[in-house]
Design a protein around this ligand. Structure first.
Ligand SMILES: [Zn+2]
Length: 449
């Protein structure tokens, strides 16, 4: 494999040399260079430490602010220098990538995805978990990973395989080894639910494999957290509330003591905790137990968001998931009035914003299509009153801080060369996030104009 990749790199350099020298490449050279580019794109080898790449966009959004006229020098897998062309001094042999109409941003960070799920209007969650084999789901997940990366999301926090076991650990390894293209993954493996609370539920005579690992009592929940960490979980995910039966509202599942014990076991192991919670009481227990993020929060109150703010718990609202599910249930968005669930989401989001709680950006992708991750950001801007700049900060610098990723989320010297370019200016126009022109991860280009 290595010799093939070295040959591939050499072929691309030859092809570039042809272009730079003004000589017309032979057909064979072009064919080999194209094939070689595909090999490199699909294998995503480590960046050549000797290669310098100078990116010249119209503007650079550094994770906080927009800077016109800045250029970015990449060396190997890292950003080396950023600033005005006179300050950067690229080496003479640096490869130049011109992006004259584009804004360069840090690679976006998806805060809530399920690469092992696909949209519920294609196949219901129940049928995916019950009828689709892990091999089939892993093959799908690998395609989803590529779609996510090419959409400009170079890191994904994947919040549970939903019945596909430890598949996320394997997929992450395959991506990191360059076997398949995809984003850097933060994984939680199976996630943890209270015994009997989750699904799938069919006949009472059947003990079906569940969409997450069941636990009851302090000992079991601690054991489950440690088992998952031992198998490769970077975070621990708890479902602290859920509906016990179809058609009934969510209710708290784990007790305060159970949640606290799981959080302590996770934190002792250096793993943060994400809590699925939609009820105010579930959110309250999770915040008191010291979880790091709360997902969904649909019925969150001013009081509970205030508690989250005080405790430093970030809020990942996943507005796109509820919006998609209501449409799958028949809501004709735009022509029909908002369903109650959407009206309630607007009310809880208003309370969340007023509280000053820290927002993570994550859409619960998988409920809707992978690669359409920007849908959450569009909804936050178009329907929930955030500015494009706010959501772009959330998806870069903000998520990096919440997820303890000090090496990404900003464009500055020393950061990973995870870089994306969008046509236009996504700090002013959220629709620009759908116009992805360039994607680089760790100094390797996966998409170019
Ligand atoms: Zn989810």
């Amino acid at each position: 494999m290595n010799s093939l990749l070295i040959a591939a790199q050499a072929a691309i350099r030859r092809e570039l040399f042809c272009r730079v020298a003004g000589r017309i490449c032979t057909g064979a050279e072009i064919a080999f260079a194209v094939a070689a580019t595909l090999v490199l794109r699909s294998s995503a080898i480590a960046a050549d430490p000797a290669t310098s790449i100078l990116l010249r966009p119209d503007a650079v959004f550094d994770g906080q602010e927009l800077h016109h006229g800045w250029v970015v020098l990449v060396q190997g897998d890292r950003i080396q220098k950023v600033g005005l062309p006179t300050e950067v001094n690229p080496p003479n042999d640096a490869r130049v990538v011109d992006l004259p109409n584009d804004t360069l941003t840090p690679g976006l960070i998806e805060g809530h995805a399920h690469l092992f799920l696909h949209p519920y209007n294609e196949t219901s969650w129940n049928d995916q978990v019950t009828n689709e084999s892990i091999a089939f789901r892993t093959a799908r997940a690998s395609a989803h990973a590529q779609q996510t990366l090419l959409a400009g999301f170079t890191t994904v926090r994947d919040l549970g395989t939903e019945g596909a076991g430890y598949g996320d650990v394997g997929l992450k390894k395959a991506i990191d080894q360059g076997i398949v293209p995809g984003p850097r993954m933060i994984v939680v493996t199976r996630a943890i639910v209270a015994t009997g609370s989750y699904g799938p539920k069919l006949s009472t005579d059947l003990d079906l494999p569940q969409g997450a690992q069941e636990a009851s009592g302090v000992d079991e929940i601690v054991r489950a957290a440690r088992e998952q960490i031992g198998k490769g979980a970077d975070w621990v995910k708890l479902y602290v509330d859920y509906r016990w039966g179809a058609g009934e509202p969510s209710r708290p599942t784990f007790s305060q003591d159970e949640i606290a014990a799981a959080v302590k076991a996770a934190h002792d192991a250096g793993r943060p905790v994400a809590a699925h919670a939609t009820t105010a009481e579930g959110m309250r227990r999770a915040a008191l137990a010291g979880v790091d993020t709360i997902e969904h929060g649909d019925d969150g109150t001013a009081e509970v968001f205030k508690l989250m703010k005080e405790r430093g718990v970030a809020f990942c609202p996943t507005v796109a998931a509820g919006d998609a599910i209501e449409q799958y249930r028949g809501w004709k968005k735009g022509s029909a009035p908002e369903p109650l669930r959407i009206q309630q989401k607007h009310a809880s989001m208003k309370a969340a914003r007023a509280s000053g709680v820290n927002f993570a950006m994550g859409g619960d992708v998988g409920v809707f299509a992978h690669g359409d991750n920007a849908r959450e950001m569009e909804l936050l801007v178009n329907e929930y009153g955030f500015t494009p700049l706010e959501v772009l900060r959330q998806a870069t610098n903000g998520n990096a801080a919440i997820f303890h990723l000090a090496d990404r989320g900003a464009i500055r010297g020393g950061q990973l060369a995870d870089l994306v370019a969008f046509e236009g200016d996504p700090t002013k126009d959220v629709a620009a996030l759908k116009k992805v022109r360039f994607v680089m991860k760790g100094g390797v280009t996966f998409r170019s104009p």
